[in-house]
Design a protein around this ligand. Structure first.
Ligand code: IPM
Ligand code: MG
Length: 358
C-alpha cells in the first residue's frame, strides 16, 4: 500500500469470489469499492483468484498456491463464500478446507463480527421490536485455533477432533477484544464452557489476567456458552463486546444474525498482527439461491467497508459505504431475505449511486 502526500491511497485487493452466491455478492462489493476509489481519487487494483469448490474443480486444490501468493502480495483480501452440495462432507477434499487454510496461513486470528440492528429492518427480524431496537454488539471470534484446527482422526468406530488452546492464542485475541471494548461501551463478555472443558478453564484464567493487568478500565464478565446463547435472544441489548473461541463464535454469530433480520446483512473482518486482513460476509454460499441474482450483497459490501477501515486506514470512506447501505435499505431497496423484491444488482446499484452522490 502506498499513501500519497494528498491522502490518496494506492492498494492491491485480492478478490476471491468462491462458490454459490459468492461471485454475485462480490461483484457488487467490487463495484462499491470502485465507486469509492472514483469518488475519492484512490487507486485500487483488484487481483482475482480461485478459492473453494471452483478452485478444486479447476486445480484439484481448494487453496491453490497462486491464490495464497496473490493474498500475501495484497494489502487486503475480499472473499465471497465457499462450499456447495457438489463438494459434500464426504468428498476427499472440501471447499471449506481452503478457507480454513487461508485464515491459518494469513494468521488472521481475530475475527470481528459486528451485529447491529438497522432501525428500518426491525420488522425483518422474527424477534419483538422492543427486544432488538438498539442492539449494537461486536463478537470477536478466535479464528485460527481450537477444535477447527486440532488433529482429526478415526480409530475403529470412533472419531476424534482435538481441541487445544495455548495461553498466547487466548491472550492475543482477548487483547484485540479488550481494545475494541475500550473504543465502545467498555464492556467485555468472555464466553466459554469452563464448567466442563479444560480449554475453557485456561481461556477464563488468561482472559481474567489480561484484562485485570492490561485493561483495568474494562468491565469483564464471564458467561457460559449455553446461557449466552439464551441471553442473546432474551436481552441482546446488554451485550457490547463478546470474545470467544472459534467454534462457539461460529455458532453464536449465526444466532446473533437473526437479530438483524437476515444473516445476509452481516460483515466480518479477520485480522492478525499486521495490516493484511481477510474480509468476508458471515453467510455461506447459499446454493439454494445461487445464480438467481437475489442474494443480499450487504454483508459483503459492509465487509468491504471494514476492509477500507482496518487494512487501508480509510475511516471516512468506510463510514461513507456504511451510510450508503443504511440509506438504501432504509429506502426499502431490499432483497427477498429482507422481505423485499430487489435483485442483488439493484441493491448494489443503489448503494453505488449513494456513494457517487455523497
Ligand atoms: C463461517 C463459516 C465457516 C466457519 C465455514 C464455511 C468453514 O461458517 O465463517 O462462519 O465455520 O468458520
Ligand atoms: Mg459460520
Amino acid at each position: 500500500m502506498k499513501k500519497l502526500a494528498d491522502g490518496r491511497v494506492e492498494a492491491t485487493i485480492a478478490v476471491l469470489p468462491g462458490d454459490g452466491v459468492g461471485p454475485e455478492v462480490i461483484g457488487e462489493a467490487v463495484r462499491v469499492l470502485k465507486a469509492v476509489a472514483a469518488a475519492r481519487g484512490h487507486l485500487f487494483q483488484f487481483d482475482e483468484a480461485l478459492v473453494g469448490g471452483v478452485a478444486i474443480d479447476e486445480t484439484g486444490s481448494p487453496l491453490p498456491s497462486g491464490t495464497l501468493a496473490a493474498c500475501r502480495r495484497a494489502d487486503a483480501v475480499l472473499l465471497g463464500a465457499v462450499g456447495g452440495p457438489k463438494w459434500g462432507p464426504s468428498a476427499p477434499v472440501r471447499p471449506e478446507e481452503g478457507l480454513l487454510a487461508l485464515r491459518r496461513e494469513l494468521g488472521v486470528y481475530a475475527n470481528l463480527r459486528p451485529v447491529s440492528v438497522h432501525p428500518a429492518l426491525v420488522d425483518a427480524s422474527p424477534l419483538k421490536p422492543e427486544l432488538i431496537t438498539g442492539v449494537d454488539m461486536l463478537v470477536v471470534r478466535e479464528l485460527t485455533g481450537g477444535i477447527y484446527f486440532g488433529a482429526k482422526r478415526r480409530e475403529g468406530d470412533r472419531a476424534f477432533d482435538d481441541c487445544s488452546y495455548s495461553v498466547e492464542e487466548v491472550a492475543r485475541v482477548v487483547r484485540v477484544a479488550a481494545r475494541m471494548a475500550r473504543g465502545r461501551r467498555g464492556h467485555l463478555t468472555s464466553v466459554d464452557k469452563a464448567n466442563v472443558l479444560e480449554t475453557s478453564r485456561l481461556w477464563r484464567e488468561v482472559t481474567q489476567r489480561i484484562v485485570s493487568e492490561e485493561f483495568p478500565d474494562i468491565h469483564l464478565e464471564h458467561q457460559l456458552v449455553d446461557s449466552c446463547a439464551m441471553l442473546l435472544v432474551r436481552r441482546p441489548k446488554d451485550f457490547d463486546v463478546i470474545v470467544t473461541e472459534n467454534l462457539f463464535g461460529d455458532i453464536l454469530t449465526d444466532e446473533a444474525a437473526v437479530l438483524t433480520g437476515s444473516i445476509g446483512m452481516l460483515p466480518s473482518a479477520s485480522l492478525g498482527s499486521g495490516p493484511l486482513g481477510l474480509y468476508e460476509p458471515i453467510h455461506g454460499s447459499a446454493p439454494d439461491i445461487a445464480g438467481r441474482g437475489i442474494a443480499n450483497p450487504c454483508g459483503t459490501i459492509l465487509s468491504a467497508a471494514m476492509l477500507l477501515r482496518h487494512s487501508l486506514g480509510l475511516e471516512a470512506e468506510a463510514a461513507l459505504v456504511e451510510a450508503a447501505v443504511a440509506i438504501a435499505v432504509g429506502d426499502g431497496i431490499r432483497t427477498p431475505d429482507l422481505g423485499g423484491t430487489a435483485s442483488t444488482r439493484e441493491l448494489g446499484e443503489r448503494i453505488v449511486c449513494e456513494i457517487a452522490a455523497a
